[in-house]
Ligand binder design. Structure first.
Ligand SMILES: Nc1nc2c(ncn2[C@@H]2O[C@H](COP(=O)(O)OP(=O)(O)OP(=O)(O)O)[C@@H](O)[C@H]2O)c(=O)[nH]1
Length: 243
């Protein structure tokens, strides 16, 4: 069964085919027309793939952060994400290829509601983003965290808090406040900027921290393309097209 997902950005429609290889409805990416994802089908069977979702209010910089990590640049003039946008980057950790599949989700409610179930399904890690110059985006975090738990994402799935736009100063959300919230949830906190080229390695560190955690996380038995083990399974079956 193939689930075809449409993502629209900058006027271009991209499609990504997700194939349901097992009865438990765990979708595994097998190919994508995203220009950043040019690995061959063969590679996807030799490489462990981890799904990371990026969540938070609209305009906090989720797209720019994921583009900085996967594309190496600051994306100028991004448009609001509709549904979800996908990017991938393969990294080598201790000699092993790890493919990070980044699900850049829409912050605007009207662009996300039909997709929410799919964001959280079989996710391996979650990045919560706020804008350090926008207190409201920080104050929304408990709701995003609650939504994630509400969708039965197991506590063992690593979560990270990211304050973005530090190049603009830290006016509205001081580090001490952010650290208190991070500590209360026991999440690591990163403050960075998708825009500042000097922060490129720091942005990489956010994703690589998760990659290392996932790679070495023994209790979290992560489902891979060649395996039949599901981290969480559901019996719902569907073949749909949405964006
Ligand atoms: N100064 C500064 N601006 C940024 C940074 N990251 C993103 N922006 C700007 O913030 C705006 C929103 O960026 P996006 O990456 O589209 O935000 P988003 O969270 O993906 O928004 P939605 O798709 O609506 O959920 C754009 O104008 C970006 O140029 C940053 O680190 N610094």
């Amino acid at each position: 069964m193939v689930l075809r997902v449409l993502a629209i950005r900058n006027g271009n429609v991209r499609t990504m085919a997700l194939e349901n290889k097992n009865a438990d409805n765990d979708f595994t990416t097998i190919h994508s027309r995203d220009s950043l994802a040019n690995d061959s089908l063969q590679d996807s069977f030799q490489t462990r793939i981890f799904k990371i979702i990026v969540i938070g209010d609209s305009n906090v910089g989720k797209t720019c952060l994921s583009y900085r990590f996967c594309g190496g640049k600051f994306l100028k003039n991004p448009e609001a994400t509709i549904g979800v946008d996908f990017r991938e980057r393969t990294v080598q950790l201790d000699g092993e290829n790890i493919k990070l599949q980044i699900w850049d989700t829409a912050g605007q409610e009207r662009f996300r509601k039909s997709m929410v179930e799919h964001y959280y399904r079989n996710v391996h890690a979650v990045i919560f983003v706020y804008d350090v110059t926008n207190l409201a985006s920080f104050e929304s975090l408990p709701e995003w965290i609650e939504e994630c738990s509400h969708h039965a994402v197991p506590p063992v799935v690593p979560r990270i808090l990211v304050g973005n736009k530090c190049d603009l100063g830290r006016g509205e959300v001081p580090t001490s406040l952010a650290q208190r919230l991070a500590d209360s949830y026991n999440f690591p906190l990163f403050e960075t900027s998708a825009k500042d080229p000097a922060e490129k390695e720091h942005v990489d560190a956010i994703f690589l921290t998760l990659a290392y955690k996932l790679k070495n996380h023994k209790p979290l038995r992560l489902k891979q393309p060649s395996e039949g083990v599901a981290m969480n399974s559901d019996s719902e079956k569907e073949e749909s097209c949405f964006c």
